[in-house]
Design a protein around this ligand. Structure first.
Ligand code: V47
Ligand code: SF4
Length: 363
C-alpha cells in the first residue's frame, strides 16, 4: 500500500505502522509537530480501516448532570458553581425521574451521568441515583462518575476504593466515562486544577475500576497550556495502563473551550489541531479499540471529517449537553439518530448503532 507523505520524518513511522510495530514517545512528538496533517491523517486512516473497515459507531444516549456545585473549581471549567451561587443546582431523585421519564419513548441505551463534587451530598445519593435510573430504564447502561468523583465518593464514605466501586457496581453502575485526568502533568495540574486528583490517583482508580470488571473510557483535555511533550506523556501513560488491564474502551480527545472560564484569553482550538489530536491518538494508542470524535467539542463538521483521521466513533445523540455549552460551545445540544447516521453515510462510512460496549443494537 502506498501512502504519500510530504514530511519525510513520517517515513520511519509509516514503516513501523506497516509492520505493526509500536510507536515511541519520539514518534509521538514528531506526529504532533508535523505540519503534514494529511500525511498523519492517512496513516491514522490506514490503522483505523485495518481495525474497523468502514464501520463508524454512534450511540443513542442521554446526558444527565446531577449537580454543578463543585469544590474543586478547576480554572478551565465554566460549569462549576459554589453552593448558593446563582445558577447552582442539584437534582433530587424526583428531578432525575422526571428527566428520564421525559424521554421514555426514545430508544436510549446509555445514560452518561457526571457532576461536580458537592460536599452536601451523602454517599447514598449516588447509589440511589443509579438505582433510580435503573428502575426506570433497566436495560440501559449507566455510564457514570469520572475517576475524580470515584475518589471523592470513596473518601466521603470512608470506604476503600475497592469497596466504593463494588457498592456502585451493586447499585447498577455499568461503566465509567473518561474524564478527570485532563493532561497528566504535575506542572499543568498545579496551574489549572490544583485541587483535583493527580495522575497517580487517576491511574490507580482506573486500574481498580478495571480490576472490578468494569470498563472505562479515557480522555485528554488539549488546547490550553499543555506542551507536545505533555500530550505524548499522557498518551504513553494511558497505553501503559491499558497494557496491564485492557479495561479502556475508547479514547476521546477533548478540545478546550475557554468562554466563561478564568482562561478566557486562550483562543479556541483550530480544525488542524482537532484533527491532529484524533489522528495522533489513533496512532499512539495501538491498544485502544476506539477513538471518539466528540462532535459536541469539535462540531459535527469536523467530527465527520475526523472519521478519515482515525476516529471510528462519533459518540452519541446526547440530548442535553451542559459542560461544554457553558464554556461557549456553539454546537447543538443534541443530534437525532438520523442526523448522526447522515454524518456517517454521507462520508461513505457504514453506521453502526452501538451500546456502551460496542455491541451493535438493532434499530
Ligand atoms: O474531565 C471541563 C472536560 C470532562 C471543559 O467517556 C472541558 O464517553 C472543554 O469526561 N472545555 C468531562 N472540556 C467530560 C467527559 C466526557 C465527555 C464525553 C464523553 C465521555 C466518555 C467523557 O470535560 C472533564 C474536563 O476535561 N471539560 N471543562 C471546557 N471548558
Ligand atoms: Fe469540578 Fe469537574 Fe469542573 Fe473541575 S472540571 S471544577 S472537578 S466540575
Amino acid at each position: 500500500m502506498k501512502i504519500q507523505l510530504f514530511d519525510q520524518r513520517l517515513e520511519p513511522i509509516k514503516n513501523k505502522i506497516f509492520q505493526n510495530e509500536r510507536l515511541s514517545a519520539e514518534d509521538g512528538a514528531i506526529l504532533y509537530e508535523s505540519n503534514d496533517l494529511i500525511g498523519v491523517g492517512r496513516l491514522a486512516d490506514y490503522v483505523r480501516r485495518r481495525r474497523h473497515g468502514a464501520k463508524a459507531y454512534y450511540v443513542y444516549n442521554q446526558h444527565l448532570n446531577y449537580t454543578n456545585v463543585c469544590i474543586n473549581r478547576c480554572l478551565f471549567c465554566a460549569y462549576a458553581k459554589d453552593e448558593g451561587q446563582k445558577g447552582a443546582f442539584t437534582l433530587t431523585a424526583d428531578d432525575i425521574r422526571e428527566r428520564i421519564n421525559a424521554r421514555l419513548d426514545e430508544p436510549i441505551c446509555e445514560l452518561h451521568i457526571v457532576g461536580g463534587l458537592n460536599d452536601k451530598l451523602p454517599f447514598d445519593y449516588y447509589t440511589d441515583l443509579i438505582r433510580t435510573v435503573k428502575e426506570i430504564r433497566p436495560q440501559a447502561t449507566v455510564k457514570a462518575f469520572t475517576a475524580v468523583e470515584i475518589d471523592y465518593l470513596a473518601r466521603l464514605a470512608n470506604l476503600s476504593l475497592k469497596a466504593a466501586i463494588q457498592a456502585l457496581k451493586d447499585a447498577g453502575l455499568g461503566m465509567l466515562p473518561g474524564g478527570g485526568a485532563e493532561v497528566m502533568s504535575a506542572r499543568v495540574r498545579q496551574k489549572l486544577f490544583p485541587r483535583k486528583i493527580g495522575q497517580e490517583r487517576w491511574l490507580e482508580i482506573m486500574q481498580a475500576v478495571h480490576e472490578a470488571g468494569l470498563t472505562s473510557n479515557a480522555t485528554m483535555l488539549y488546547g490550553h497550556i499543555e506542551t507536545v511533550q505533555e500530550r505524548v506523556k499522557h498518551l504513553m501513560l494511558l497505553r501503559e495502563l491499558q497494557d496491564m488491564t485492557g479495561g479502556f474502551s475508547a479514547f476521546i480527545p477533548l478540545a478546550f473551550h475557554s468562554k466563561n472560564t478564568r482562561l478566557a484569553h486562550i483562543e479556541s482550538t483550530t480544525g488542524f489541531d482537532d484533527l491532529k489530536n484524533v489522528a495522533v491518538a489513533r496512532l499512539m494508542l495501538d491498544n485502544f479499540d476506539h477513538i471518539k470524535a466528540y462532535w459536541v467539542m469539535i462540531g459535527e463538521k469536523s467530527a465527520q471529517i475526523a472519521l478519515f483521521f482515525g476516529a471510528d466513533d462519533l459518540d452519541g445523540t446526547i440530548i442535553e449537553e451542559k459542560i461544554t455549552h457553558t464554556a461557549g460551545a456553539s454546537t447543538a445540544k443534541g443530534l437525532s439518530a438520523e442526523q448522526m447516521e447522515n454524518l456517517i453515510t454521507s462520508a461513505g462510512f457504514e453506521p453502526v448503532r452501538r451500546d456502551s460496549f460496542y455491541r451493535p443494537v438493532g434499530v
